[in-house]
Design a protein around this ligand. Structure first.
Ligand code: KG4
Ligand code: ZN
Length: 348
């Protein structure tokens, strides 16, 4: 089954062609440069850029898969979570293609895409390990921080989630505080600064470390960073920015790891899957690998090209939805759900 998928949930116009878990093409138009000057994603600019680029990205995806739309069996599309006006562009285009070319439609949750990104295969079907449920999933992106029990295909139980800022958001805001500048996105900047800093230079708290639940909170940590910086001159802050970044990043990641460790103990599940944009961070991947990797357990990350937002992950999730006959029944009802949750399956 060949699926053309579209994701316009945030600031990337993404289109892919997949067959099962195999990626045949995976194309992107990134809007980062458009938003960078504003220090974050501007919804109306995102909408306009998606509208301007989507046809061209679809064409590129088909061309690179060496295919025409007639050879496609179904259209997958992200319905949420994400920016409402941005999601709308992809949904409208998916409906238009499905109606015009008489294709089935599959609506996918962006976060389930991030989960399935860890199981993607290249054009040759590699890596070729089989699914072996259950998995414990850590999702860490700009808007989400969640621990999920991935029980079977398209079957999830949320074990814990953010109570305030998401991990990626904490890093983005941290970078702005440390640099006193509206940089965006901050996660990669924090990672670069951290590589030249000391993670033990500043003592930041590990929020929620002692709570028995599996939820996350980062707003207190952000306040501690603010307090540490408040008493510094600009010169001192600049001189110590790498230490600040490394210590702050360490506190964010320790907070994640404490809960991953707790979740492994509570569920007895030690196969860990890590998805979302923050999984691009080498230090986080190293820390989780150290925590999990041993003879009895394993850790799965997305391939490098799939850390961030992309449509291939949506296509793979769409395939497993199709296997369960979860096609959109009423195209008129399919609508964006900006705050969609993985804890229930939408019915359109
Ligand atoms: O999944 P994603 O691309 O978009 C959302 O669905 O949110 O995640 C974006 C988030 C941003 O907060 C960004 O700062 C963070 O992922 N991020 C990183 C790195 N690259 C992106 N965080 C830490 N280290 C990185 N290298
Ligand atoms: Zn994402």
């Amino acid at each position: 089954m060949k699926i053309l998928s579209i994701d316009t949930s945030c600031d990337e116009t993404a289109v892919a062609i997949t067959e099962g878990r195999r990626i045949l093409s995976n194309e992107l138009f990134s809007q980062i440069e458009t938003h960078r000057q504003w220090g974050g994603v501007v919804p109306n600019l995102a909408k306009r850029a998606h509208e301007e680029r989507i046809d061209e990205v679809i064409e590129r995806a088909l061309k690179n898969a060496n295919m025409t739309i007639e050879q496609i069996n179904a259209i997958g599309v992200t319905y949420g979570p994400g920016l409402a006006v941005a999601l709308g562009v992809g949904i409208n285009k998916a409906k238009e293609l499905a109606l015009k070319h008489d294709k089935k439609l599959i609506a996918v949750n962006h976060m389930e895409g991030h989960i399935y990104s860890c199981f993607a295969q290249d054009n040759h079907g590699l890596p070729d390990f089989e699914f072996n449920f259950p998995y414990l999933v850590l999702l860490v992106s700009g808007g989400h921080t969640e621990l999920i029990l991935f029980k079977d295909h398209i079957t999830y139980e949320i074990l814990g989630q953010k109570l305030d800022d998401a991990a990626g958001e904490a890093l983005d805001k941290g970078a702005r505080l440390i640099l006193k500048n509206d940089v965006y996105p901050g996660g990669p900047i924090i990672e670069t600064m951290s590589s030249d800093g000391s993670a033990s230079a500043f003592q930041f708290p590990r929020p929620m470390a002692h709570s028995n639940d599996l939820n996350f909170s980062f707003s207190g940590l952000k306040t501690s960073l603010l307090y540490a910086i408040r008493n510094m001159s600009d010169k001192e802050r600049t001189e110590r920015q790498n230490d600040l970044a490394a210590s702050y990043q360490e506190a964010v990641f320790d907070s994640l790891l404490i809960k991953v460790r707790k979740a492994i103990v509570q569920t007895g599940v030690s196969q860990v899957v890590v998805g979302g944009g923050v999984a691009a961070n080498g230090t986080l991947r190293e820390k989780i690998s150290r925590l999990v990797n041993n003879k009895q357990s394993s850790v799965y990350f997305p391939a490098k090209s799939l850390y961030g937002d992309n449509a291939a992950m949506i296509g793979i999730a769409a395939y497993y939805k199709a296997q369960k006959n979860l096609f959109v029944v009423d195209y008129g009802k399919l609508d964006r759900i900006p705050r969609a949750s993985l804890s229930f399956i939408e019915t359109f």
